[in-house]
Design a protein around this ligand. Sequence first.
Ligand SMILES: [Mg+2]
Ligand SMILES: [Zn+2]
Length: 216
Amino acid sequence: MKRPAAFIDRDGVKNVEHDYVYKIADFEWVPGVFDGLRRLQSAGFALIVVTNQAGIAKGYYAESDFDRLTAHMLEQLTAEGIQIEKVYHCPHHPRAARADLRRNCACRKPAPGMLLQAASDLGLDLARSVLVGDKSSDVEAGRAAGVARCVLVRSGHTFSLADQALADACVDDLAAAAIWLTEPGDGIAGNADNNYHTARPEGMHRPYSGPDSLKT
Ligand SMILES: [Mg+2]
Ligand SMILES: [Zn+2]
């Protein structure tokens, strides 16, 4: 049986948003991230990182810098009992300084390419999967991939009311998103004070049963 995934953006969600983070010294965990990821993992979601890394296209840093930072991130997560199944990144940009990375690719969010690739690589059930991001482009990628629930967090980029309306919920950070996503009934009742939830016409939400652990 295919597993549901939690697709997690990196900058502004896992680590504090500074423009183009590639140095280990600039990688600063958002408080509560470990608890949030453990919660999602315990609920049965495969944890997948999906991150746009236009800084590579723009020549601000190299693929090897990204790889080094990823290794550092995964090492710390492993020490916290958190297993990230795979990290997907898009190194492209339509106006890249590097000609080899200059393109309108299918992987740069809001395109759903990284999510679709992960589903194919790892056998994921997108219709029972969730996404946590800090930009409308994250949510749009989730929607385009057919992910059941997309949550915006306020720990990264600021976003507009229109952006909020795209999301199923808007909460402070990944820890809060994890609670919202794992509460019965999507946590709406349990987190009423902390949630922005848009009223949607019937049918806009796909049926969502969540990971198996939530059904018992
Ligand atoms: Mg981000
Ligand atoms: Zn790309």
